[in-house]
Design a protein around this ligand. Structure first.
Ligand SMILES: [Zn+2]
Ligand SMILES: [Zn+2]
Length: 95
């Protein structure tokens, strides 16, 4: 992956996040039934990510360079992974 491709990927992620933000005013068919939470979500995966807050489970673990950072949300984890990709590329550019 070259720098141009990485930039395109980041653009895409940002656009995707904006799309989610714009959708926040819309309907939220997925409701959290945990105790008296009753929070609504647009997608099932959003609800799943939210449930992690209640259960404390973080399903996304970064194994890159033994980093071991954990994330409840896939989008956050992806953004974190970009950081490794940048560092990794820099390393090879220096060599
Ligand atoms: Zn909840
Ligand atoms: Zn990491």
């Amino acid at each position: 992956m070259n720098n141009k491709q990485i930039n395109l990927l980041i653009e895409f992620i940002l656009l995707f996040n904006l799309f989610h933000y714009l959708n926040q005013t819309g309907e939220r068919p997925f409701i959290c039934h945990y105790e008296n939470c009753n929070k609504g979500f647009i997608t099932k995966s959003n609800l799943k990510a939210h449930m992690c807050k209640h259960t404390g489970i973080k399903p996304f673990i970064c194994n890159f360079e033994n980093c071991k950072k954990t994330y409840t949300r896939k989008c956050r984890f992806k953004i974190h992974l970009r950081m490794h990709v940048y560092r990794y590329n820099e390393y090879y550019i220096i060599i």
